[in-house]
Design a protein around this ligand. Structure first.
Ligand code: UD1
Length: 418
């Protein structure tokens, strides 16, 4: 298993190029199931979750080719021979359940392993299932798999009791080929949901209201192929922005859409960073110790849960006490015990972390536990004094394209140990 060796402290300086959004790539790849024609996606990030989704598409019989240098993924439509997401793939990547909606819509059946618990909480998909059942699908649970069959899905009115990103995406993909009109209320408004809706529209789907609480979809009979560019990864961009701040560096973050992570940039400004927003780039510099801040994670446009761990890392070095409340996932503080081993002063009360800033962190042997927790450890290690070794970095590789080489280019002393 690969490890990362990081020597701190460093001041990051230079320019880093952001990859395409992992969380846009996964639903857009699933959307290719809806057409018999070919789909060409550009700005696709070379991350392990994309590779796992390619593995899943190939398992089902699809023909995929991924040019990792050019970040272009081609998927030939209409080739599926199996409508199944097996346990071994779903276990690695819970977002595999995104194939459920498109499989049932196009092939009238799906067999998808139920995602179990995962490091950051239970994460059920009950709302995806409830909506599909209402659309007329017959659903049963067999040997740990959810088996869905439907003659023809029908349009429905549905209210999501909880705002769910992949739930909104799954049901939107089911509805595009359903009979009649579907009205979804309390939808997720994340830029990745909008990115998927725009792709579906390019394929001929009739969708209105993406990016708002209420999405209306009029089913069509047929969707065509398309060539489509994914948005950039706002979480990767936000992570490099915090990296610049925590190391009191000066970094230009390129190939990103600053308006999609303004929630993060505003919080960095509150913490004392200088931010210059440009058209497709943002410059982040920090000259002093961070000022303390308060964060409550919320669905978009609120502060993203996927940036919570990185900001906890930043708060450990602040001049004063910060408060970070996690409202989306119940077990998303696993970076905290590791940060405390580096000298951070943090107390967890329920879903809230109280962080008293310290003057310095010291390098340590660390364990990555999930994708964003691992990113927080990298950030802390860059700012800490001495050497840190981060174990189990496959978590980082799931969502950060070439993190070690990108970090090295902006001055990090970082090595991947095989
Ligand atoms: C997506 C993102 C993930 C991000 C999360 C929240 C992808 C591939 N992943 O995950 O990076 O951290 O949004 O922004 O886009 N819930 C239910 N029942 C359901 C569905 C969800 O109770 O049927 C709950 C979840 O347990 C969680 C909350 O709703 O507490 C939000 O989860 P959701 O938005 O569905 O997360 P994902 O779509 O899995």
């Amino acid at each position: 298993m690969d490890k990362l060796l990081i020597r701190g402290p460093v001041k990051l300086k230079g320019r880093v190029r952001i990859s395409g959004a992992k969380n846009a790539a996964l639903p857009c790849m699933a959307a290719s199931i809806l057409t018999d024609e070919s789909v060409r996606l550009t700005n696709v990030p070379d991350v392990a979750d994309v590779i796992s989704t390619i593995e899943l598409m190939r398992y089902m019989g699809s023909d995929c080719s991924f040019d990792k240098e050019k970040n272009i993924l081609k998927i030939e439509g209409g080739k599926l021979t199996k409508c199944e997401a097996p346990y071994d793939i779903v276990r690695k990547m819970r977002a595999s359940s995104l194939v459920l909606g498109p499989l049932v819509a196009k092939y009238k059946k799906a067999r998808v392993s139920l995602p179990g618990g995962c490091a950051i909480g239970v994460r059920p998909i009950d709302l995806h299932i409830k909506a599909l059942a209402q659309m007329g699908a017959d659903i049963r649970n067999e040997h740990g798999y959810i088996v869905v069959e439907a003659r023809q899905l029908k349009g429905i009115k549905f209210f999501f009791d909880i705002v769910t990103v992949t739930g909104t995406e799954n049901i939107m993909m089911a509805a595009v080929l359903a009979n009649g009109v579907t009205v979804l209320e309390n939808c997720a408004k994340e830029p990745e949901v909008v990115c998927l809706a725009k792709m579906l529209k390019k394929m001929g789907a009739r969708i209105e209201g993406e990016g708002t609480d209420r999405i209306v979809i009029e089913g069509v009979r047929y969707l065509k192929g398309c060539s489509y560019k994914l948005i950039s990864d706002r979480i990767e961009a936000g992570t490099y922005a915090v990296a610049a701040a925590i190391t009191r560096g000066d970094v230009i973050i390129d190939n990103c859409e600053p308006e999609y992570f303004d929630n993060v940039l505003l919080k960095l400004e509150e913490a004392g960073s200088d931010i210059r927003r440009m058209k497709n780039a943002v410059k982040v510099s920090m000259k002093r110790r961070p000022k303390p801040f308060e964060i409550v994670t919320m669905p978009y446009p609120g502060f993203p849960t996927d940036m919570q761990a990185q900001f906890v890392a930043l708060a450990t070095l602040a001049e004063g006490s910060s408060v970070v409340k996690e409202t989306i996932f119940e077990n998303r503080f696993m970076h905290i015990p590791e940060l405390m081993r580096m000298g951070a002063d943090i107390e967890i009360k329920g879903n809230t972390a109280h962080i008293r800033g310290v003057k310095k962190l010291s390098g340590a042997n660390l364990m990555a536990t999930d994708l964003r927790a691992s990113a927080a450890l990298v950030l802390a290690a860059l700012a800490a004094e001495g050497e840190s070794v981060i174990n189990r970095i496959y978590h980082i590789d799931r969502g950060y394209a070439h993190l070690d080489s990108k970090m090295k280019k902006i001055g990090a002393r970082i090595e991947r140990l095989k």
